[in-house]
Design a protein. Structure first.
Length: 342
């Protein structure tokens, strides 16, 4: 399997704000600060606000925090293309010129394995890959063909190697072209394919992360298939599973030495029901082959953009997350508005 590889060896400038991690802006050899958020959708009400107010409107209240990490991940739920949308009830698209705010947001690696990546047909997939490459935004989870889509993004930074996979638990189309090995497509592998890909990557990478677009929409609890796939991936060598798609938060699990984030919920989205606006950012430090100092920072989405939750608002989200995580071999320790994973 061909591996996508990007080496980051430039000096990292860490932006520290009142909502940034409690650390000094120093360069530590073989240490990487990583964070992950959920679904980022750049169309409909979100795009309307960017056009009316500013391109950085969706990210303005969290960008300092996101930028303070070396690697910041989200699920990009929108094709970046000028291709016409498909005729379907929910189809998203963001033109490349409207990505200026995203490029300043701090998110520098994304999953494009999701159920909206074919909203603008196969050409939209190809254009998304090219446009993200041109913008120097790292990505995983879609390719010019099936083999390309399955490749991990391998990132070398501060002496640490991370292999990032992005999978989706969907079969997107009914036409025969979707089954072709040569069709541009998001990654929807078989269990056999993902098991082999992850175990192969674990032989050479310091860390293997898997982003997974899965689960039942609007359910706060993972289904049996999610749990089965998560364990299969950890048993194959994954250190962190980053889930999304349900549009609400789901629980966090400790399995062996890995952390499973079943759903990070919405992050930049124009859904407005209470549970749809609960969100969080997962943060951790990667060092010595371990995931250290892992914690979540609760946030709330208001007018399509997140802000960090405080006081009673934060307490509600943390209590809900504890409830969703019952029976998942996880312990939390609260420190201010943050909740550390012990």
């Amino acid at each position: 399997m061909k591996i996508q590889r990007l080496v980051l060896c430039f000096p990292l400038i860490l932006l520290i704000s009142s909502c940034a991690p409690d650390r000094q802006p120093v360069m530590l050899s073989k240490t990487v600060y990583f964070c992950a958020a959920g679904d980022v959708m750049m169309d409909r009400g979100v795009k309307a606000n960017m056009e009316k107010i500013s391109s950085d409107y969706p990210f303005k209240k969290v960008c300092d925090f996101v930028n303070s990490h070396d690697l910041s991940f989200c699920n990009l739920e929108t094709p970046i293309t000028t291709e016409k949308k498909r005729n379907k009830p929910y189809a998203f698209r963001c033109e490349p010129e409207k990505m200026a705010g995203f490029m300043e947001s701090g998110f520098n690696v994304v999953s494009i394995a999701n159920n909206h990546m074919l909203d603008c047909n196969y050409t939209g997939v190809s254009q998304t890959i090219k446009n993200l490459n041109d913008m120097e935004i790292m990505h995983a989870g879609a390719g010019y063909n099936r083999e390309h889509a399955l490749e991990p993004r391998v990132i070398e930074i501060n002496g640490v190697t991370i292999a990032l996979f992005a999978f989706a638990d969907f079969y997107y189309e009914t036409d025969k072209d979707m089954n072709s090995k040569n069709t541009p497509q998001p990654c929807h592998p078989s269990e056999k394919e993902m098991k082999k890909a992850v175990s192969d990557a674990a032989k050479t990478a310091d860390y293997v992360f898997v982003s997974f677009h899965w689960g039942e929409e609007y359910s706060n609890y993972p289904g049996k298939k999610q749990k089965k796939l998560a364990r299969l991936l950890v048993d194959s060598g994954a250190d962190l599973i980053i889930g999304h798609h349900p549009h609400v938060l789901q629980g966090i699990e400790r399995y062996k030495n890995a952390i499973i984030l079943y759903s990070l919920g919405n992050f930049i989205f124009d859904q407005f029901k209470d549970l749809q606006t609960d969100t969080m950012i997962f943060s951790c430090r990667l060092s010595d082959g371990l995931i250290k100092d892992a914690y979540i920072t609760p946030a709330k989405i208001e007018k399509s953009r997140p802000h960090f939750a405080k006081g009673a608002e934060a307490a509600v989200i943390k209590e809900r997350l504890k409830e969703y995580s019952k029976g998942m071999n996880i312990k939390f320790a609260e420190h201010g508005n943050r909740m550390f994973i012990e």
